[in-house]
Design a protein around this ligand. Structure first.
Ligand SMILES: C[S@@+](CC[C@H](N)C(=O)[O-])C[C@H]1O[C@@H](n2cnc3c(N)ncnc32)[C@H](O)[C@@H]1O
Length: 230
């Protein structure tokens, strides 16, 4: 019987957070192909990544973006080009500190929060999360999307980017449908959640939450989805 995420989900979530907290610097280097990860990269992956960024840049400017799981700021930096102000949330203090040190922008406000326990306190005209939804297990998907939707102002938009089901699984295969073992440069290993979500399911869930004008693009490595809250 395949072992699904169950009673010790809290320890899995805690381990995932500990992993990202320990990996902040490495994460940044690996995605930007600098430092310990300096290298030519994979051209097809770079092309798709740039396409996601271009799509984001083509969207109308907003007053206030809420960025969930902001990480080291790869997307916060892009969001600054189309947002007057950003509230950037992450559970890992090292991610937040790296992001803040890199961007050093008075237009970004940082909040530390565990997104599995988080409830939005405000509404925003854009809610954005990149490479986060794949760390939300299917059993938590509806609850998380409800929370994210509640943070979107009527008429505002949501933008999601991540790795799709049926793609080339850049982050490697998953175990038990929803988990991976990740190893840091120093050899330390962690269990984390990793799910290549079905993009049609995401679209249907957002439509059920009152989103319209859904635009969905699915590539070999990444997808983006944007929709407007009615
Ligand atoms: C794959 S990284 C994505 C970071 C950033 N969005 C990007 O695309 O570069 C996943 C992020 O989720 C954050 N994270 C993991 N578990 C979390 C939790 N329970 N609550 C809030 N953030 C969490 C990590 O700290 C990390 O910054």
């Amino acid at each position: 019987m395949s072992q699904r995420y169950r009673p010790d989900s809290h320890s899995l979530f805690a381990e995932q957070l500990a992993y990202y907290n320990a990996r902040a610097q490495e994460y940044d280097e690996s995605v930007q192909q600098t430092g310990r990860y300096t290298g030519p990269g994979i051209p097809e992956v770079d092309t798709e990544w740039q396409y996601v960024a271009r799509r984001l840049h083509a969207l109308p400017r907003v007053a206030h973006t809420l960025e969930l799981a902001c990480g080291t700021g790869l997307w916060t930096q892009e969001l600054l080009d189309i947002s007057d102000q950003i509230t950037a949330v992450d559970g890992a203090p090292e991610m937040l500190a790296t992001n803040q040190a890199k961007l050093n922008s008075p237009r970004v406000t940082y909040q530390q929060a565990d997104l599995f326990a988080w409830q939005p306190q405000d509404t925003y005209d854009q809610v954005f999360f990149a490479f986060w939804i794949s760390h939300v297990p299917p059993e938590r998907l509806t609850a998380f999307l409800q929370q994210a939707a509640a943070a979107v102002e009527p008429g505002g938009r949501i933008f999601i980017a991540d790795e799709p089901a049926g793609g080339k699984q850049l982050s490697g295969p998953v175990e038990n449908d929803i988990e991976q073992t990740r190893t840091l440069h120093n050899g330390e290993t962690f269990r984390i959640v990793k799910v290549y979500h079905d993009t049609q399911t995401l679209q249907r869930q957002l439509e059920a939450l009152g989103f319209t004008d859904v635009e969905l693009w699915v590539g070999d490595f990444f997808f983006w989805l944007t929709a407007t809250k009615s």
